[in-house]
Design a protein around this ligand. Structure first.
Ligand code: ZN
Ligand code: ZN
Ligand code: ZN
Length: 542
């Protein structure tokens, strides 16, 4: 008797429990995903005292800061970075192994979002012939679309095409990127036949031309940039047309009537923010019960970082100015959708290493790895061993693509060639590890740089061997910076959630970049992206 009453009670209570758990977190009407291209985590702490109250500081103070978030694969580049954030998995599953890679079927290097099957929309040139056709798994944006029976809207926006296209996923309503040739925001026939009226009107305002009429000066008096090296140091690269890398950068003169420099300046962030707010209003994002996604990526900090490095006044200045753009983006979004209806998250697609000469000047071990030299010696080695032929099709993304047809035709044992190449590359100064496709297929590496290679390796697109450099070694010119490595200078990025359903707080345990999408799926109560390997960041829910 007692047992059956208990059972009855349980039957009543259980559904109520489950129901209340689902109801507890009201779903955001809009998710604004902000990716800052090349943002190191420590920019938050380094520039903290100079940020205003309504940008980065507002996100950290009112939101949840996962301060120990890292990439978990190589190469740490823009295409794979944006894709991993939104798919919750790594190149091994989403297939975006780099920004470009050698394609055996095409017989050349292909670009990550190139697509000959689609047409440019909004420009006559080929800048719009882009799509997510190479993306193999779903993004959180796709899953949000599926979950709402395609009533949710997804829009991706960035100066760089790949940073707009890949986060938005294959089923997106739209992705827009900047065409530096025309100075216009454009798209492709993957999404639409013609640009919507609001985009045409936005382009008609000719904002880029106006920006290029203004020199780039520091926001604060230049002597206050105490977090940076001097303005004129040999670690920086001047803009084309400049003799020194110093302020003011005279855009009215050096831009020469073109828009390329807009990308490498704070004006690129201004323009992106203005276009994102215009998109939100025109597309009425966040206005109904179906959660929409506005995936915004700020590309300009990456261009500025590459040119001037991680410790330049230019870099400090673009972050102080980006802080103001983020403040405006938050306030405009909340004014339009209502505070409490918007979930913001901010992260980066990779970080960056300080300039290698700057490091060397301070006795920190760093060096330049000459990939052309490696390729040249490898060719000589194979020619002397097997006869003069084209044995290597490409060395791309620290991977070697051997000529399979030639090896078969010459009746040479492929495994023997591969293992001799492995031994040869391993002897190079600066090389930490060499792994063959066979090494990677035998079992799973759970930690360390071998696991980074494995998670970044997708057989049908990757090479026969992959090598990884020692810490501090880069393949680049000696000015500015680059990224791509498995080390913390490239992997450690910000991750902050703020807004609808997010409590104040922080977590300093290790978070993988692939944890973001599964966590958002959990907040929304929907399927994670189909190949997600990340875990839910439980600290956010405790
Ligand atoms: Zn990037
Ligand atoms: Zn400078
Ligand atoms: Zn970059």
């Amino acid at each position: 008797m007692k047992k059956s009453i208990l059972l009855l009670l349980l039957l009543f209570i259980a559904p109520v429990f489950a129901f209340s758990q689902i109801q507890e977190n009201p779903k955001p009407k809009l998710i604004v995903g902000i990716v800052v291209d090349q943002m190191r985590y420590d920019y938050i702490t380094r520039y903290w005292n100079k940020f205003g109250e309504n940008g980065f500081r507002k996100l950290v103070k009112e939101g949840f800061n996962c301060s120990n978030t890292h990439y978990n694969y190589v190469p740490t580049y823009t295409g794979p970075g944006h894709t991993s954030i939104y798919t919750g998995t790594t190149p091994a599953s989403h297939g975006i192994i780099s920004n470009s890679w050698y394609s055996r079927s095409a017989g050349r290097e292909i670009y990550v979002t190139e697509d000959a099957e689609v047409n440019s929309v909004g420009t006559d040139n080929a800048s719009g012939k882009m799509s997510p056709v190479q993306l193999l798994s779903t993004t959180i944006s796709d899953e949000i679309r599926v979950a709402s029976n395609f009533r949710s809207k997804v829009v991706g926006i960035a100066l760089k095409d790949r940073s707009a296209i890949l986060p938005a996923g294959r089923s997106a309503n739209a992705a827009y990127w900047f065409d530096a040739l025309s100075g216009n925001w454009i798209s492709s026939s993957w999404y639409m036949k013609t640009l919507p009226d609001w985009v045409v009107q936005f382009n008609d305002r000719k904002l880029p031309a106006g920006y290029m009429q203004q020199p780039w000066n520091t926001l604060l008096p230049i002597d206050q940039y105490s977090e940076s090296t001097a303005d004129d140091v040999p670690y920086e690269e001047p803009f084309p047309g400049e003799t020194k890398p110093v302020f003011p950068h005279n855009f009215p003169v050096i831009s020469a009537g073109k828009y390329d420099l807009l990308k490498s300046s704070p004006y690129g962030c201004n323009l992106t923010r203005e276009f994102a707010v215009a998109a939100m209003k025109a597309e009425q994002l966040g206005k109904d019960e179906f959660t929409d996604v506005l995936a915004v990526s700020f590309s300009s900090p990456d261009y500025v970082g590459h040119q001037f490095g991680t410790h330049a006044i230019e870099t400090e200045d673009i972050y102080l100015r980006l802080d103001l753009d983020i403040a405006t983006l938050i306030s405009e979004t909340e004014k339009y959708c209502g505070a409490g209806n918007v979930l913001f998250f901010l992260t980066a697609d990779h970080a960056a290493i300080p300039n290698i000469r700057f490091l060397s000047d301070h006795k920190i071990l760093a060096g330049q790895f000459n990939i052309a030299q490696l390729t040249d010696s490898l060719n000589k080695f194979l020619n002397s061993t097997y006869g003069t032929q084209k044995w290597v099709l490409a060395v791309d993304n620290d991977q070697v693509y051997l000529n399979h047809d030639l090896i078969a035709q010459q009746k040479i044992n492929a495994n023997e060639v591969i293992s001799s190449v492995k031994g040869f590359i391993k002897k190079f100064k600066g090389v930490a590890e060499v792994l063959t496709a066979d090494d990677l297929s035998k079992g799973e590496f759970t930690f360390g740089i071998k696991s980074f290679v494995q998670k970044g390796f997708y057989g049908p697109r990757s090479g026969d061997l992959a090598f990884i450099l020692e810490p501090g070694y880069i393949e680049y010119k000696s000015t500015g910076t680059t990224h791509g490595a498995a080390y913390t200078y490239d992997t450690h990025v910000p991750l902050i959630f703020r807004g609808a359903g997010i409590k104040k707080g922080g977590y300093y345990g290790h978070v993988d970049i692939t944890d973001i999408a599964p966590t958002i799926s959990q907040m929304l109560g929907i399927q994670p992206p189909n190949a997600a390997t990340g875990k839910v960041i439980e600290a956010l829910f405790k």
